[in-house]
Design a protein. Sequence first.
Lengths: 364, 375
Amino acid sequence: MSVPKLEIINLRKVFGNGSVVAVDGIDFTIEAGETVALLGPSGCGKSTTLNMIVGLEDPTSGDIRIDGRSVVGVPAGKRNVGLVFQDYAVFTHMTVFENLAFGLVIRGRPKAEITRAVHDVAELLGMQKSLKLPAAELGGSELQRVAIGRTLVTKPAILLLDEPLSNLEASARLAMRRELRRLQSEIGLTIIYVTHDQIEALSLADRIAVMNAGKLQQIERSSVICEKPDHVFVAGFMGSPPMNLLRGEIARDGAFTGFRRESLFIQLPPSEINSGRAGQPIILGVRPESLKLALADESMIFGKVTIVEPRGPEAVVTVEAGAISLKAVVLAAGRPQEGSNVGLIADPSSFVFFSGETGRRLAS
Amino acid sequence: MELDLKPLRIDSIFPAALEVCGLSKAFGKNAALNDIGFAVPEGSLTVLLGSAGAGKTTTLRLIAGLDRLDSGRVVMRGCDMTALEPKDRDIAMIFDNLALYPDKTGFANIASPLSIRGAEKSDIENRVAQISSTLRIAHVLNRLPKTMSGGERQRVALGRALIRKPGLFLLDEPLSSLDAMLRIELRAELKRLQRDLGATFLLATPDFSEALAVADSVIMLRGGRIVQVATAQSLYDDPVDREVARFVGTPEINLLEAVYEPASQGTIRVAGASIAGLTRLQKSLPKGGGPFEIGIRPEQLKLSPLEAAPIQARVFDVEPLGLRSMLTVKNEEAEMRLVIDAGAVQGYAVGDAVGINVIDANLLAFDTVSGIRIA
């Protein structure tokens, strides 16, 4: 069993005399060559975590190990981790070559080594022809490439990218995502992305670590995290739109067991989840893609269409019934009118349930 | 030159909240806007859509009176505003780079337009409470801007503009500095707010998904000219040219060289294959046949068994997008993007041979040279 590239052990960071807990005891490991995204809303602690890995902040407690060795207390410059910020920090008064060489020049490496390393990285990034250009003449995605190249030249053990694509235009972002995926597979680097953009995380990372309020809510493979949220926060965060979440309780109605919230009662087939949970608070999750338009008498919920948001091939429809609001994704051709009344139905097998107390997924 | 104006478009017996006609503006020798004319109906949410430099912000600034127009007229509810000062135009403008009073709390910032006008204190409090709960910023009312997040500041700026009830709101990329998640959430809120207030919004954005999600009507700008005015959905279904088709939709539409051969059973040659039976597209193509550019949305391409599929290609890139994935495939003739269910993508690796079929629905055809839509 090889040593993990990075181990985060019960990591905590407290600011301001203990009043603000930015990172609240998180644990995860990253294997060599793996790509992991730290994903969460602003203020969730992802940037603080990144800063502690890089060495810009000291942890309050816990440990950070790279290749099995603790780096807590090791200065930022000596951890052999490369960091690329969202503001590219490319020196615009220098050429591309000088920018790429910078990290090695300040380390006092021999000139021949620098030249070789810069050319290797330039080839990798497809920038051989731009080496003599002043950085001031480059566009957004080229600047980003230079910023990444400048870090790669120093051959870091781990590459950390902080919101790497957020300053790029939408079309450039798409191309850069593909470029980064190619880089990953070619050089086999261990990479951590920090982002608030789930599309970026899904598209770039092997696994996604979803953070909220300083805690790691779930770390899971990108390919399945949308379908297998472990925690109600992840369910409410992943997907566009995210999962519909209804707080209610398991209740009995005559011979039937089901989910109840106010006047809404959804009959559920017998299962481990609802047997013996009558009266307990529960959160029902249903993906907008699982809800279908239905006739009034066969529908699970009947309400008024308040908003229709076309998305091209499909539309997101918001249906409100009393205090309940649900979003459904329907084909554009079959979308209802705003203001009309529609029914919604879903196959109960697509429901997921979370504990009303802990927010954890209940096993089905 | 005043006599040279085009007649105003009359959409209903009520005058539109805003009509502009013949709007032109040059900065030095560069024409920023060229003879722009459109109407914004009362109570509607109209979007100016276009990439950077299309003329969105210039249009808004001319309407607000912040820049002097070279020619044209700005008419609100039937009254000509062209000569009026910005403050007399009954317009609120919301920029993307927000300027809040740094020494005032969230409450005072939001309330300031009413306080300046000497409104009743209880009235101010009610309105601020209502707006701040809709924008979910009740928790920052007692805080100074420097202690707020970017998203909170943006919403306070929105709240400050919304608390007045002007005849027209101009919003210049109001959500662009927010987190991706918050942006998607708030755009639905913005639309709801506009409905509830019965207000008229003219919103500029470079983000087509934002435009589609909120707009009653979209004005597509390019290079200082209007290229299309349509509802959000028809901009996607019925683009006037190749550039609009490419701008609207993600992943981007596949644009491939194609040849229509009416003589050989009406086949369409595309991506190294000869495809028969695309009857809907054939019907609207020029009878004589010939080369054109076919536009195929990524969801109109389907993976099929290799031996039965007209198009053969190899997987070049797989991009997971949550519940779906984007597959980029290539053969000697073309590169194509497909959107498929994430579950279905598991079996495919880069380099695998795949078969692809074209669904005969919503296919678009463009003139190869001009890019104008021909079918």
